[in-house]
Ligand binder design. Structure first.
Ligand code: XMP
Length: 512
């Protein structure tokens, strides 16, 4: 086990992720709970994260003495390195020259942290984000890397197994940073590197059992990867104490509702309430054209229906959700931060308080691709595990203007052909999200010598790592042409196809 002591960095979960990628189990503890976590875990090594404070100022977080007393290897990153140096007899200053963003570290000497991956003389690209830096090393340390803004960009004291880096090895902008973290946990700390998703599964199951006890859990299924993986995992932990509820708002893609119901009921034998509420949703959405009004209407109805179904099965003590780590960060800035609300995301927010339920969120620490790995580990079908994200309000936000059942049916047909072509071209997994949008305009066309006056649609496909930023997927023109021809030939009511070439920002991924 590795303990990560968190000083409030943005990237702490990424450190954890890199450690997991190296096949080593880790836990994160806030800096003021480090002593307790150390006693409980007896880790083979400790990583000290970055953080927003300044070591040069009084009253800012310090490393608990228990960390040094543990006599295990330490790796300090950014603030962690500075705090380590300040507390061991070195010093930290706030210089004129600050370093933010891409920088280069010149490797000046070898050390076990570099382990041959970073060789003396090499210039390694790194990601920096610091105002302060170490300006005097504590006794026992030597410098092994230097950058323009940090004379001690990488330092080590091999005798004690203490290492420090000013840059962030955990982010993707430090291309060979993962190798350093791997060297630290495997070579320096001596962790075996045999931890896998199977181990995560076992630990998560134990955690769910401990949290839930004999309580009853209810889980809202959406048909997406996250809620499905959470449900299967929880079912494995507590069996029939779990009930799943699938609220079908009639705004799903073609065949999706059936797939969910069949998979859970027949394949996994998980109790599932399937409530077809499409009439209710479409009825309430009649005449609603404003995007935010659509989202709010759907969010409100969803909670009402879910609550009624939950009560009908006798209520529950816990609500299970497939919340992922990026959702945690995003919703924090959504609700607490200074950022403006671009779109109100729809989830079951507000329900736990209303129904007096506690939350079970076994995927809270994972990133999307890790959830997919866990899904594979649980034996979920690849088609579900690899599925593109789909927004809670469904097709409603892909039909600008008023929503009707006819329009939903039309869009489902277009979307199914588009996705089939993408799968046939072998491109599905290279794309983060692909979907069709039904445009609220009619255009003139000519088919078989006759005039047509039908709907136009737009196709969208983007690449992204977390949905926060996105690039347009560069389809080959011939493929786009084939897609357009098939859609127009096969879907009566569509006579024009456009391709959306807007990145995010300035666009968003969805149209509403
Ligand atoms: P935007 O359109 O904001 O979308 O660029 C970013 C990602 O979030 C998805 N999305 C949602 N997911 N409920 C969800 O669960 C929502 O209300 C919602 N709105 C957007 C979107 O599909 C993309 O993956």
């Amino acid at each position: 086990t590795i303990l990560i002591v968190d000083f409030g960095a943005q990237y702490t979960q990424l450190i954890a992720r890199r450690v997991r990628e190296a096949g080593v189990y880790c836990e994160i503890a806030p800096f003021n709970k480090a002593a307790e976590a150390l006693a409980r875990l007896a880790p083979k090594g400790i990583i000290l994260s970055g953080g927003p404070a300044s070591v040069a100022e009084a009253g800012t977080p310090r490393i608990d003495e228990a960390v040094f007393a543990a006599q295990v290897p330490l790796l300090g990153i950014c603030y962690g390195q500075q705090a380590m140096c300040a507390q061991l007899g070195g010093s930290v200053t706030a210089p004129e020259h600050r370093e933010f963003g891409r920088a280069f570290v010149e490797v000046t000497d070898d050390c076990p942290l570099f382990g041959g991956v970073w060789a003396p003389g090499a210039r390694e690209q790194v990601w920096m984000s610091h105002g302060d830096h170490v300006d005097r090393l504590p006794p026992g340390f030597r410098a092994v890397g230097v950058s323009d803004g940090a004379p001690f960009a990488a330092i080590c004291d091999e005798a004690r197994g203490y290492y420090g880096v000013q840059f962030h090895p955990e982010v993707s902008h430090t291309p060979h940073g993962g190798a350093l973290l791997r060297n630290f946990v495997r070579n320096v700390c001596g962790c075996a590197g045999d931890w896998t998703m199977a181990a995560f599964r076992a630990q998560a199951i134990a955690g769910i059992r401990a949290q839930v006890g004999q309580g009853r859990v209810i889980c809202g299924l959406s048909g997406g990867v996250d809620s499905s993986v959470a449900a299967v995992l929880i079912h494995e932990a507590i069996g029939d104490q779990l009930t799943c509820v699938f609220v079908d708002h009639g705004l799903m893609r073609a065949g999706e509702a059936d797939e969910v119901v069949t998979l859970f009921r027949d394949h996994y034998n998980i109790p599932l309430v399937h409530r077809d509420a499409s009439g209710l949703f479409l009825g309430e959405l009649a005449g609603v054209t404003d995007p935010e009004a659509k989202r709010k209407t759907i969010g409100r109805l969803f909670i009402d229906v879910f609550e009624a179904e939950a009560k009908a099965v006798g209520g529950a003590d816990f609500l299970a959700q497939g919340t992922l780590y990026p959702d945690v960060i995003e919703s924090v800035s959504f609700h607490g931060g200074p950022s403006v609300t671009i779109k109100s995301h729809h989830n079951v927010g507000g329900l736990p308080e209303r129904m007096n339920m506690k939350l079970v969120e076994p995927l809270r620490e994972l990133f999307k691709d890790e959830v997919r790995d866990l899904g594979r580990e649980l034996g979920l079908p690849e088609r579900l595990v690899g599925r593109h994200p789909f927004p809670g309000p469904g097709l409603a936000i892909r039909i600008p203007g008023e929503i009707t059942k006819e329009k939903c049916d039309l869009l489902r047909k277009v979307d199914a052909i588009y996705l089939e072509e993408i799968r046939n071209a072998g491109l599905y997994d290279a794309i983060w999200q692909a979907f069709a949008v039904l445009l609220p305009v009619r255009t003139v066309g000519v088919m078989g010598d006759a005039r047509t006056y039908d709907h136009a649609c737009a196709l969208r496909a983007v690449t992204s790592t977390d949905g926060m930023t996105a690039d347009v997927f560069p389809f080959d023109h011939a493929l786009l042409g084939r897609m357009a021809t098939r859609i127009i030939n096969e879907v009566r009511g569509i006579n024009r196809v456009t391709y959306d070439i807007t990145s995010k920002p300035p666009g968003t991924i969805e149209w509403e």
